[in-house]
Design a protein around this ligand. Structure first.
Ligand SMILES: [Cu+2]
Length: 137
């Protein structure tokens, strides 16, 4: 009899813990979903780059996005210079002061080079720092 009762209690405990585990999984799935929605609402990808001695020392050589997406390219540089996204004709000043954001709404498709200009705006002597590739939806 005692044996039966303890087995019954164990069964209930087991059901209780399984329910807990199931709700924890559901909660995690919900949290991941919320995070995804929040990240999307904030406006897409953010990618960080660093330029040292006129070369890309950190960050991907190619960034791929879909048409209509917004991507934020953050640039840090050891020297005052300019970063130029060709095609979109975006030009920003960068330097030792901290990362500068280049926000791109990818409305034109294609492969666009990003090149470095010096502080006076002269550039294109070196190969592009990286490329932005925008794919049709
Ligand atoms: Cu340029």
């Amino acid at each position: 009899m005692t044996y039966c009762v303890s087995q019954l209690a164990e069964y209930h405990l087991c059901v209780f813990f399984n329910a807990c585990r199931a709700s924890r999984v559901a909660f995690l799935a919900f949290a991941v979903l919320l995070y995804g929605v929040a990240a999307h609402a904030e406006g897409g990808k953010a990618i960080h780059f660093r330029i040292v001695d006129g070369q890309l020392s950190e960050g991907p050589a190619v960034v791929r996005v879909s048409e209509g997406e917004t991507v934020s390219l953050f640039w840090s540089a050891d020297q005052a210079s300019q970063v130029h996204l060709h095609g979109y004709n975006l030009l920003i000043g960068v330097g030792p002061g901290g990362p500068v954001e280049m926000k791109v709404l990818a409305k034109a498709t294609g492969r666009f080079p990003v090149s470095l200009h010096d502080a006076k705006g002269h550039g294109h002597a070196n190969k592009p720092l990286m490329y932005l590739e925008v794919y049709p939806k």
